[in-house]
Design a protein around this ligand. Structure first.
Ligand SMILES: Cc1cc2nc3c(=O)[nH]c(=O)nc-3n(C[C@H](O)[C@H](O)[C@H](O)COP(=O)(O)OP(=O)(O)OC[C@H]3O[C@@H](n4cnc5c(N)ncnc54)[C@H](O)[C@@H]3O)c2cc1C
Length: 246
């Protein structure tokens, strides 16, 4: 099958950058950080919270040599060392990116592409909510690094693993972390938690990312319960339960 995604990116003149695996570290059996060296790419990065890339991974089910793209969030960018890392959820369902990460080896090379859409905290923000599932944890950590320490931040993540204490969570004063166990409907428990929490308004900014149904629930809380307008909230779905990205 033709690599139409790569064709579209070429037409849009979006360049690819080669990156090489240098370190593989498992925080838990399901959460793996892979560090890449890519000095040219790292030196041209304009860093802002949630900055992500498109990783081109082999997709053998679509044909020999076929590459598919998947979104992953930059973490631990080190310009002096020319390195950055990506945190991978090693999910059970097969998928080219998750499978690649499970089998990654030092020295492996991949291509990545950038299509940054800048996001920043509104100047009027006095309090921040960061929510989602564990795919949003890398982005949440980048937010916490960027938000001024005097602003209170409430993090709420829906996940039922029993080894959550092993995950990398940015430490900083004025941040509360809440892990919410899921109910039958994905996102319902997270929405209930957010609805039951007290927050300052105006000045509240809310951001969320994760699975599509979960985000639908969280978006309703932001919009209908917290009554946040578009300038005070941002939500993005990162993946769809039971459906491959393409
Ligand atoms: C902007 C952006 C940033 C992202 N950042 C990160 C990040 O930093 N770290 C990260 O791990 N993910 C991140 N994601 C999500 C990641 O791109 C998706 O999880 C993607 O579907 C993984 O691709 P795959 O090839 O492994 O699986 P796919 O081929 O897309 O899907 C195969 C199967 O696996 C299931 N699946 C996919 N992802 C998950 C999951 N997380 N948990 C359980 N089941 C899953 C699907 O429902 C499907 O059944 C990000 C996505 C976007 C759009």
């Amino acid at each position: 099958m033709a690599n139409w995604q790569r064709g579209v990116m070429r037409l849009m003149r979006i360049p690819n950058h080669a990156v090489t695996v240098t370190v593989i570290h498992d925080y838990t059996p399901c959460y793996r950080r892979i560090t890449f060296t890519a000095p040219d790419l790292v030196n041209q990065l304009e860093v802002f919270p949630t900055l992500w890339l498109r990783l081109w991974v082999p997709h053998p089910a679509k044909g020999e040599g076929h590459l598919s793209q998947r979104g992953y969030t930059f973490v631990d960018i080190r310009p002096d060392e020319g390195t950055f890392a990506l945190d991978f959820i090693l999910h059970e369902q097969p998928g080219p990116a998750g499978d690649w990460a499970k089998n990654a080896a030092i020295g492996q090379r991949l291509d990545v592409a950038l299509t940054p859409a800048r996001i920043s905290l509104p100047e009027k923000a006095t309090e921040v909510i960061l929510a989602g599932d564990t795919t949003a944890l890398p982005a949440i950590n980048t937010w916490i690094d960027a938000i001024p320490t005097h602003l209170p931040v409430s993090v709420a993540i829906e996940d039922d693993h029993d080894d959550l204490a092993g995950l990398p969570c940015a430490a900083r004063e004025n941040v509360t972390w809440t892990w919410v166990g899921p109910e039958a409907t994905r996102g319902a428990a997270l929405a209930a938690h957010l609805t039951g929490s007290e927050h300052a308004r105006p000045g509240l900014y809310a951001w969320a990312a994760g699975e599509k149904t979960l985000i639908k629930h969280v978006r309703s809380v932001f919009r209908d319960h917290l009554q946040l307008d578009r300038s005070s909230q941002f939500t993005q779905f990162y993946w769809i339960h039971g459906k491959a990205t393409g």
